[in-house]
Design a protein around this ligand. Structure first.
Ligand code: ZN
Length: 298
């Protein structure tokens, strides 16, 4: 069934017009979803409804008309200011929308033209899965940045969605049979995260303060549910490396001091690691292994 659909879509992609249209459409779809995520990031942690009231300026309360609410374009046309009171609209809104567009278009490219971006190819069914992962990680990361916690909808919801996605799209786990993908998903969800949880508990005992949030452990579990033990390990390692580099940069720039590191949310770094794996993981590991082997040959 999916094989037949995939053939039809591939046939359409031979036409440059269709290929361009599909790319533009997936980018625009991503910006629209991210525009909605902007609303969720602000409202859900405050216990507000995401649908009512309609979008309005937080300062003057003026309702934002539909043509002022087009992702990216409206912010540029209004030059980052509210149409009625001229107060500044945070650069974060168009940034999140752009991020959504880039990730959604990237997920599409991974199916349509992976070689163009140096990515490993993936099946058509993986596109909506990558869209879901991207949306969940954008939402979770910015809530973590603002409030220092990761929503269970992203972490525990991610574990459930990752399990289901692995059974439906075994290629996510590098498998072709659903039950083998299910085993990898289960091992990914509970293997690396249990070790991380134990490590966190030991550090908490030794340093006598919270060393690692349980939300981060649950996020690594979600990564494993989607991408297996290797994916979870890569996400954690890449996230820890990126987080340490960022912390070192902040120390050097004098933006923070030693002993204040608990103020830095770890979630967005793990999220970046998960996205790196989702798009480039196997290719990156392959290149790294080849690089090591070449080194060993000398
Ligand atoms: Zn206003």
């Amino acid at each position: 069934m999916t094989g037949w659909l995939e053939e039809q879509v591939r046939a359409l992609l031979y036409s440059p017009e269709c290929a361009t249209l599909a790319f533009v459409w997936s980018f625009f779809f991503g910006t629209c979803i991210a525009s909605f995520l902007n609303v969720c990031i602000w409202r859900v942690p405050r216990g507000e409804s995401v649908s009512k009231p309609a979008s309005h300026c937080p300062r003057c309360g003026a309702r934002i008309k539909w043509y002022q609410n087009i992702p990216l374009f409206s912010w540029i046309l209004l030059r980052g200011r509210c149409a009625s009171c001229k107060c500044r609209i945070s650069l974060r809104y168009p940034f999140v929308e752009l991020l959504g567009g880039v990730l959604f278009a990237g997920a599409w490219m991974k199916f349509a033209f992976p070689a163009a971006l140096g990515m490993a190819p993936s099946p058509l069914a993986a596109v909506p899965v990558l869209w879901l992962v991207s949306a969940g990680l954008i939402y979770g990361s910015f809530v973590d940045i603002d409030h220092f916690w990761l929503p269970d909808a992203v972490t525990l919801g991610g574990v459930a969605a990752g399990g289901a996605a692995s059974l439906l799209v075994p290629e996510l786990q590098g498998e072709t049979v659903w039950w083998r993908a299910g085993i990898w998903s289960f091992a990914g969800a509970f293997g690396v995260s249990s070790i991380l949880w134990l490590f966190g508990r030991i550090c908490t005992r030794v340093f006598r303060r919270e060393a690692l949030g349980f939300g981060d452990v649950k996020l690594v579990a979600a990564a494993g549910a989607f991408f297996g033990p290797l994916g979870a390990f890569f996400s954690l390692a890449a996230g820890a490396l990126a987080g340490s580099l960022a912390a070192a940069a902040m120390l050097l720039l004098g933006k923070t001091r030693l002993g204040e590191f608990k103020e830095i949310p770890f979630g967005p770094y793990i999220a970046a690691g998960i996205l790196a794996w989702a798009f480039y993981g196997p290719v990156a590991v392959d290149a790294y292994c080849r690089w090591i082997l070449q080194g060993a040959a000398f």
